[in-house]
Design a binder for this molecule. Sequence first.
Ligand code: ZN
Length: 126
Amino acid sequence: MNKGASPEPSKGQSGIVRAALLGLCPRCSAKTLFEGPARVALTCAHCELDLGALERGGRLAGVLTAFLAIVLMLAAFGIEAAFRPPILLQAAFWAPFTMVTVIGALRLFKTALLYAAYEQSEVEAE
Ligand SMILES: [Zn+2]
């Protein structure tokens, strides 16, 4: 085991959340990880790290999205049954809430996978 290969110490849970929010490249920490709201860029525009090769688990991202959709729908039905709010209020709340939740979860999920893959590739390169 060769420690100290990466310039920064191993990132914890909060590091992943921060990286997901800001879209930080795992190698150079530039804000180049995402080219769309929840789409990983093919390469880092700053250090040219091949992000496309590191991104795995695309099918799992679909499962995660479907799971989130079910959870959010159940929550919406629950609130509808319990409080009977006006339909416009429901729509005004759920549309942006769903988008933010799904995009946030996908970013977090993809960032965590990508950082794990990057650390793995660094270990294998030694
Ligand atoms: Zn980079």
